[in-house]
Design a protein. Structure first.
Length: 96
């Protein structure tokens, strides 16, 4: 069975597609529109996992996320007004 993760832009064009490999979601959580933080994920780093945030609203910026050594960090760019941010879901996906 093929598993995948796809997101599309406002014009319907695929912007992220990782369906060409098995997908294992290690962690997912909701994040607020102008939120930041970290959580531990022992045993995982940028070599074996990737962090994504999928926004809830079109044409707004979700928070960013990075896979660090043993933890995930997320935040937002403060130079944009909060009106340009959106809440979303943070996913951590294991690389196959």
């Amino acid at each position: 069975m093929t598993f995948g993760f796809r997101t599309f832009d406002a014009q319907g064009k695929m912007s992220i597609d990782v369906t060409d490999r098995a997908l294992r979601v290690i962690h997912s959580m909701p994040v607020k529109f102008a939120d930041s933080g970290t959580f531990p994920l022992p045993g995982f780093n940028s070599n074996n996992a990737t962090a994504y945030v999928v926004g809830n609203e079109v044409n707004k910026r979700p928070v960013w996320a990075f896979m660090r050594d043993g933890y995930v960090e997320w935040g937002f760019y403060g130079w944009w007004s909060n009106a340009y941010h959106t809440a979303g879901t943070l996913y951590v996906v294991a690389k196959s």
